[in-house]
Unconditional design. Structure first.
Lengths: 267, 291
């Protein structure tokens, strides 16, 4: 199992570096723009007043929303989304391909004729997903920590929440994609479904924020679970959402494992 | 030792891959498993390796159940797939080491021997290898950890005759060591060279198992004759009759005495009666079971 994990980690290391640079770099870039906007914040606020309330809410602004004059609020509006969205694209692609690629390339036949159980293969793949997502988010956390400390007094709670929340979202997308990939093993199809899920649910999140009648949609879009407003203004993550997140992750992983153990590996 | 008890696999309802196959292969035996493409050879092999689950029936390898003890079996089995799919971006050396490390046994010495025997360039990437060279990598990967049982699915396809011979020599040495070998193939002549017994599978059913000698001793004869007058016989034992002017050729499946009577009735100029190839014997096995 260790042998397989090391091999997979090495194989996927380049793509991990690439995605980490993109996600961490975008977060850093948006944070570095903060001082420039801080000076013109008054003008910006005047401009934003012209927009309807619902529209502002969709971006975490408006009444009870984030205050962009504050670095934590600024990041919630301008950088956090990239970490969530682009990180989730990576998580979806990784979760959707790591197991199914073996079947698509038919290397699974090789693996399953070594002394290793299917559970061990599934476990090794899951381990690599976990390690890679933690590594990516750790780099982002370091970037956040350093820039927050440089621009403002350090708010450790908000920093910790900003660091952990995206990981939770990424784990949701990775585990759901992994489950899907147990059934759909064609690489191209799996990655399309994973991408569709990541982007589609984000669109749903916007719709739920824009229209009051569709407000209940927020329970099915995981972006809402890790909302920046709760993090910055309340200094916490909603326990109900955390319970739902844990439920989704655990259910998807267990279901994936149960089916993977018993499925026929196609020739 | 390999035992199959009524092993059955339906891919879907009414899509049988393998139906009620029972078979027992002794330790140190080379068993040829013969059938045309799509007859169920790979289904059988893939079920034995637990890549797919049997619908009913069971099988054991060295006494261990193929489903419940799959990991134990994989540790003791070497498998050569008919189509080789390995990690394309790895070089041969790191791939072979990656494969060997799964087994918790020393494998480098044997790996070295086999790499030399098959003239394998281990510095090349898997994706840059020809079909035959990939097959050699598969052979080394299957043999380097010295398994007790070998499951081979068309192992020689792509190999040049020289390395094919080298491979057969390796198999015979393995047999002497007590290795049980399950040799699936659609090429009879290679099975004929090396196997102790041969089983024939057709449409998922095992239709015949017999020692190689018995097959050879069967009364099926290939007859070639030159006749002066047109060849005429309505014997139902004459198969594959081809007439090319004065030259007549057919396979005779009946008693030899009657064959002589058939020939006596002709105006023979020349005749040869010989043992047919295994291929011809099996063709008639197939015909008989189809009838």
């Amino acid at each position: 199992m260790k042998n397989l994990m090391i091999n997979d980690f090495k194989r996927l290391f380049k793509s991990l570096i690439l995605w980490t640079v993109i996600v961490g770099g975008l977060a850093l870039l948006m944070l570095l723009l903060f001082p420039a906007f801080e000076d013109i914040y008054a003008d910006l606020e005047a401009l934003l007043e012209g927009y309807p309330q619902g529209f502002l809410e969709a971006f975490g602004l408006g009444e009870d929303g984030l205050i962009m004059e504050d670095i934590y609020g600024w990041f919630g509006v301008e950088g956090y989304l990239f970490v969530l969205l682009i990180g989730s694209v990576y998580a979806g692609l990784l979760g959707g391909s790591i197991l199914s690629k073996e079947e698509d390339d038919q290397t699974i036949e090789f693996l399953l004729t070594r002394p290793i159980t299917r559970s061990q293969i599934y476990g090794a793949k899951l381990g690599v997903i976990g390690i890679n997502l933690v590594l990516l988010n750790s780099v982002v956390a370091i970037v956040l920590g350093v820039t927050f400390a440089a621009f403002d007094t350090m708010n450790w709670t908000v920093w910790a929440l900003y660091s952990v929340a995206p990981l939770i979202l990424h784990l949701i997308f990775a585990s759901v994609s992994l489950l899907i990939s147990v059934f759909v093993t064609k690489s191209r199809t799996v990655t399309s479904i994973a991408l569709g899920l990541v982007v589609g649910l984000y669109v749903l999140d916007i719709i739920s924020a824009l229209t009051d009648s569709a407000e209940n949609l927020k329970y099915i879009t995981p972006y809402e679970y890790v909302n920046a407003i709760t993090i910055v203004n309340e200094g916490r993550l909603e326990p109900l959402y955390m319970a739902i997140s844990a439920g989704i992750i655990v259910t998807a992983l267990l279901a994936g494992w149960a089916f993977y153990r018993k499925k026929d590996i196609a020739a | 030792m390999i035992e199959l008890n009524g092993l059955t696999k339906y891919y879907r309802k009414n899509v049988p891959g393998m139906v009620d196959v029972s078979l027992s292969i002794e330790k140190g035996e080379i068993f040829g498993f013969i059938g045309p493409n799509g007859a169920g050879k790979s289904t059988t092999v893939r079920t034995l390796l637990n890549l797919i689950y049997p619908t009913s029936g069971s099988a054991t390898i060295n006494g261990k159940d193929i489903v419940n003890d799959a990991k134990w079996i994989r540790k003791h089995v070497g498998y050569i797939p008919s189509e080789v799919h390995f990690y394309a971006s790895m070089d041969v050396q790191s791939f072979l080491d990656f494969s060997g490390r799964f087994f918790d046994v020393e494998f480098k010495t044997r790996q070295q021997e086999l790499v030399e025997l098959f003239d394998l360039d281990v510095s090349r990437k898997i994706e840059a290898l020809s079909f035959g060279n990939k097959k050699k990598v598969a052979i080394v990967a299957a043999l380097q950890h010295q398994p007790d049982v070998l499951i081979l699915d068309e192992p020689t396809s792509g190999l040049d005759p020289l390395h094919q011979q080298a491979f057969f020599d390796v198999l015979l040495k393995e047999k002497k060591r007590g290795t049980t070998i399950f040799f699936s193939s659609h090429i009879l002549s290679e099975v004929e060279k090396i196997c102790d017994r041969v089983g024939v599978i057709k449409e998922g059913k095992l239709i015949q198992v017999s020692p190689i000698e018995t097959l050879r001793k069967s009364t099926v004869k290939r007859v070639r004759a030159t006749v002066q007058e047109p060849f005429e016989s309505r014997s139902k034992h004459i198969k594959d009759l081809s007439v090319d002017g004065a030259h007549v050729s057919f396979v005779y499946t009946g008693p030899v005495k009657q064959l002589l009577k058939v020939l006596e009735a002709q105006t023979l100029q020349d005749v040869t009666i010989e043992d047919p190839s295994l291929e011809e014997i099996f063709m008639h096995v197939y015909e008989r079971s189809a009838a």
